[in-house]
Design a protein around this ligand. Structure first.
Ligand code: SAM
Length: 183
């Protein structure tokens, strides 16, 4: 399944209020608004340029955009779902814990968190990318630090998520993680 469609295809049928973390130009929202034309979507993204592109889309008037850092912006609350695609793979485990707790807290009971993103295929691979990041003294290159699926699951469990399932999508090092806040 195409990664840009997978998030919308996995939403609960009665979903209306959605938070998209790092929607960028809004690629994954094209299919989402096809399936859920009445959805109310809030997007948080740090890039003004990406949000400018998103604002040109024909569904832009149905999206509230907030330009800022996930770690600084208040997420709001009572979302049916939080979705994210290709946007959370450069945070270290301790940062992910903070982020996933914020996601947990902004969901309504029973709410869904869907994250389609890059993963590390082994602990060694994860450790190496974090080592590279920490030793990238002059910030001369962009380094992704995806976690393994096992570490993703462990952090999600620590913050209280339940019913965690993962599946490989598209490329070998991409996965869809689907989980819920309990009722
Ligand atoms: C690779 S793009 C993915 C865009 C879109 N979801 C897609 O799949 O086409 C990652 C997006 O996450 C945003 N982003 C990365 N780190 C962020 C942060 N700390 N706070 C807010 N947005 C962030 C970037 O600005 C970028 O638009």
């Amino acid at each position: 399944m195409e990664t840009k469609k997978i998030l919308a295809d996995c939403l609960d049928k009665d979903t209306t209020k959605i938070l998209d973390l790092g929607a960028g130009t809004g690629l994954e929202l094209i299919h989402l608004f096809e399936l859920y034309p009445n959805a109310s979507v809030t997007v948080i993204d740090i890039s003004e340029n990406m949000l400018k592109e998103l604002s040109k889309r024909d569904f832009a008037n149905r999206v509230t955009t907030i330009c800022g850092d996930f770690f600084e912006i208040d997420f709001g609350n009572n979302y049916d779902a939080v979705i994210s695609k290709s946007a959370l793979h450069h945070f270290k485990p301790e940062e992910k814990r903070i982020l996933y707790k914020k996601i947990f807290d902004c969901l309504k009971s029973g709410g869904l968190f869907l994250n389609c993103d890059k993963i590390s295929l082994s602990q060694e691979e994860q450790d190496y990318s974090i080592y590279e990041l920490e030793n990238n003294v002059d910030n001369y290159k962009h380094i992704d630090t995806p976690l393994t699926v096992e570490n993703e699951i462990s952090i999600l469990e620590q913050v209280g998520f339940i019913n965690i399932s993962t599946s490989k999508v598209d490329k070998n090092d991409y996965s869809l993680i689907k989980t819920r806040k309990g009722k």
